[in-house]
Ligand binder design. Structure first.
Ligand code: ADE
Length: 250
């Protein structure tokens, strides 16, 4: 996959490309990242990439020509949608990451918080927001999107199975995990996980996923089609929660 990143702070990504999964994906030729800095296309002696807003107001606006040139140069090397990182964008979620992982590539445009010249929207295909808060620039948001998408590229993570049970797959959160020792600070690992009985372990894990989702993210259960087994397990979970509440007199 080819990814273009348009930024006036390419150094922000130095750690990102040198670390962990993204570094491995680059080393294994599964990922190529092209950086384009609008400042390289500035023609005035101050190398300016922003200017005062028409109509007045505080802050600066990223200029049309330098940002456009950077996007076009990235486009010559990277195919796929041009995506502007913006708090006004479509909320980013796992299904969006999966869609992007199917693309040949994409270009992430990082702006400054005051914004970019609106006419640049004529060359932007999509806008992504990583949450309802304002960052000083699109760089942290681009790093988030890059991470979420790259780990879905086939071959990037060693164990493809681990993807199918993680949070948000089938609209359920992930089950709890434990590792050695089996007893620590007075706390034990659930017996079923030590039993070696794969069927029981799978059922316990599915039930825990349902329980967690019900308690932590009940909104996610609204959009989900439950299998017969999941319906039964969810009914068990509800019964257990009600029993606990009545035991506590709540
Ligand atoms: N740029 C500034 N804030 C942002 C946000 N919340 N998401 C994506 N890009 C941004």
């Amino acid at each position: 996959m080819n990814v273009g990143i348009i930024t006036i702070f390419p150094e922000y990504f130095e750690g990102v490309v040198k670390t962990g999964m993204i570094r491995k994906a680059i080393e294994n030729n599964l990922l190529d990242i092209v950086f384009e800095n609008p400042r390289n296309y500035a023609t005035d002696r101050y190398k300016s990439v922003d200017d005062y807003p028409y109509g007045g107001g505080s802050g600066m606006v990223m200029k049309y020509d330098t940002l456009k040139q950077a996007i076009e140069n990235a486009r010559a090397k990277v195919s796929g949608p041009v995506i502007y990182m913006s708090p006004q964008g479509t909320p980013f979620h796992q299904a969006y990451a999966k869609d992007l992982a199917k693309e040949e590539g994409f270009i992430l445009v990082c702006g400054r918080y005051e914004g970019i010249d609106e006419r640049l929207m004529s060359i932007v295909d999509e806008e992504i927001s990583i949450g309802d808060y304002v960052l000083s620039g699109g760089e942290p948001a681009a790093a988030v999107v890059l991470d979420a998408v790259v780990r879905l590229i086939p071959g990037v993570l060693g164990d493809e199975n681990s993807l199918s049970e993680e949070s948000f797959e089938h609209n359920l959160l992930e089950y709890p995990q434990y590792t050695r020792p089996s007893h620590v600070d007075g706390m034990d690992v659930p017996d079923v996980l030590l039993s070696g009985h794969h069927g029981n372990i799978a059922r316990w894990r599915l039930k825990e996923r349902l329980k967690r989702t019900l308690v932590k993210r009940p909104d996610m259960l609204k959009d989900i089609h439950l299998s017969q087994e999941e319906k039964e397990l969810l009914a068990e979970v509800k019964k257990e929660i009600l029993e606990t509440l009545s035991m506590l007199g709540v």
